[in-house]
Design a protein around this ligand. Structure first.
Ligand SMILES: [Zn+2]
Length: 389
């Protein structure tokens, strides 16, 4: 059978087609995912505005990260509407029920005056700096662009926030923000690797900014020398794609959870105690069974049971490991590959080298992550300032 006959056969039997105008309408109504499956060289002169761009060869490997469920409408676009027929057939065989090939491809899209954009590409310096990322198919140029276009907020420039910020700056997170109102103390240097002896007594966020800019001058470092409060949290958190909770007090931890749930932002959480570290991602808007931090711990422990931060001990390298795990999770969320720690709590114990992953159930009574348009979102709560260590 010639390729032409084969395409015709697929169109007659398994593959559904859609014209560019209907495809655009469906995409504009937020009912579908539009994937441009052309090669990098073809995409660089233009691609439908807002489309996900994954070349045909990588589509089957990456589709799970893009399409949330098998019933979701998927619109595939190539140059002229032939390759998209073949890919639509492959996805149908993988169980995707509503895949459409766009008739006439990008040529028709452009000729019909539908919106397109010229995607930003990496420059020479980026190609060099991020070369080892570009060589991994799961990241590649597409993933690196996502990292460069992303905005991440790290709460706390301490034991966990330090390695998080170091690695996210190195990875090329385009806008990296750090919030902390503290100054560097000599007792911090045992684990807070963003700071050095000469920064003792100076602001933690400025010390962090200095080091991160020296590491990667091509990204934008934003600093907030303040505490997150009920008053400023909406204003600060709302603009970020991912928030990393590396805080050391319960008041801020619950505030981060409540604000992230409200703004539908993934909250990557890391915590340490003596020899044990915990990591999880709370992102209830991602899917209906995904819990929030309050599903796991509905409220902070009473103040008399929590030590003050100055009294609690911790093995210095432990927050380093937890921070690296958190940074890994943030990169996976943004670049869109691999499994995430949604609904899972990763617990690490440095004494016996054990890594365990526990399931975290969604609390169906949790009034934070179960709130919807018909119920008022709960007010932010101010707790006594107790230490999470
Ligand atoms: Zn919840």
């Amino acid at each position: 059978m010639s390729i032409k006959d084969h395409l015709q056969y697929l169109k007659d039997t398994t593959v559904k087609e859609v014209d560019v105008r209907s495809a655009h309408q469906q995409f504009a109504d937020n009912q579908s995912v539009l994937i441009d499956i052309r090669e990098k060289d073809e995409v660089k002169s233009g691609s439908p505005t807002g489309a996900v761009r994954i070349s045909k060869g990588l589509l089957e490997m990456q589709i799970e990260n893009i399409v949330l469920h098998k019933q979701q409408v998927v619109l595939l676009l190539c140059a002229s509407g032939n390759r998209s027929v073949l890919s639509a057939n492959s996805l149908a065989q993988m169980g995707y029920e509503n895949v459409f090939s766009i008739k006439g491809g990008y040529k028709n899209w452009k000729d019909s005056g539908l919106p397109f954009e010229v995607p930003k590409m990496l420059n020479e310096s980026d190609n060099e700096r991020y070369k080892r990322h570009l060589l991994i198919p799961e990241i590649g140029e597409e993933g690196q662009m996502k990292l460069l276009n992303s905005k991440v907020l790290v709460v706390g420039a301490g034991g966990i926030g330090s390695p998080v910020a170091w690695y996210l700056a190195a990875a090329g997170i385009g806008t990296l923000a750090i919030i902390d109102d503290d100054v560097v103390d000599k007792t911090n240097l045992q684990r807070q690797i963003l700071h050095t002896n000469d920064s003792v007594g100076t602001s933690k966020v400025l010390s962090a900014k200095k080091r991160l800019e020296a590491l990667n001058p091509d990204i934008n470092i934003i600093t907030y020398k303040e505490r997150l409060t009920k008053e400023n949290v909406d204003h600060i958190i709302g603009v970020y794609d991912v928030v990393l909770d590396g805080t050391d007090n319960f008041n801020t931890r619950y505030l981060i959870n409540d604000a992230c749930v409200k703004h539908k932002i993934p909250n990557v959480h890391g915590s340490v105690f003596q020899f044990e570290g915990q990591v999880s991602t709370f992102w209830p808007s991602k899917h209906e069974n995904a819990p929030c931090y309050r599903c796991l711990y509905p409220s902070p422990p009473p103040a008399e049971l929590a030590p003050s931060c100055a009294e609690a001990g911790v093995l210095g390298v432990l927050p380093g490991l937890v921070g690296v795990l958190c940074a890994t999770e943030a990169i996976k969320i943004i670049a869109g590959f691999g499994e995430l720690l949604i609904g899972k709590l990763l617990v690490y114990n440095a004494l016996d080298w054990e890594f365990d992953t526990f399931e975290v159930q969604k609390d169906t009574q949790c009034k934070y992550c179960n709130s919807n348009k018909n119920t008022e979102y709960p007010e932010y709560v101010e707790y006594e300032d107790t230490c999470t260590l």
